[in-house]
Ligand binder design. Sequence first.
Ligand SMILES: [Zn+2]
Length: 255
Amino acid sequence: MSSIEGILLRKTPFRDKDLICSFLTRRGQKVSILFYGVQNRIGKNVCVPLEIGNMFRVMIKTSGRPSDLKSAKEWDYLWRHESISKNYKTYCNLCLMLEICSQVALEESFDDDSSENEGLFLTLSNGIYLLDKFEKEQRLNIHAHMFMYFARLMQFHGIFPVTTNCIYCDKILISSDVHSFIDVEGGFSCKDCNGDVRDFPSDQGIKFWREIDRTKKIKFEESYMLDVCDQSILDMAMNYLASHEVIKISQLKCF
Ligand SMILES: [Zn+2]
């Protein structure tokens, strides 16, 4: 391997002036690379700053044993966001997307040619590109955007909730018949199986059912069509990912 292309997920200070940077490659795997002498270095020698969320091509030094940490020779942008860092809230959500992706991704195995994790790269790259585009155009609905991101991660992990039938009796679900979201079962119950909706109002469960189902039918760039304007069903999506051990909320630094 002489170069990698990937999105910068995380930077960790190392020794006095060095950084260890973790990238998500096009194959959807994580690789860590050592950058010598770049920390706090200002001036003409650092031509391309290592900002998270940007995509880089990094040329790798070929010396060293295969098991050693790879070190960077030179690097350049392939793509960079322009508007995300102008808005603190949007930038925080970028950090959240990157941290979650970092938890989800497996370490790169260079002798493995499989492309089964490419979906993760596409989800993240699409998510960051659209975050920047909508921020620039001043039409970002951050809750809807993040809901879509979580829904795509559910699909990637094969834990997308069953929305078509009641998880208990298999009856076909329509909105007037949905009772609540059953997290551990990965689906929804109907009113017959889960009490009377008048006694147990489950507006949130019904809304979650409607919007998560809608994410299957629209593209990522159409997230503005989702009716997600607050944190409530976004939290349900995140807790669902956590309960299936896709993410570990307590280990998220930016949360
Ligand atoms: Zn049922």
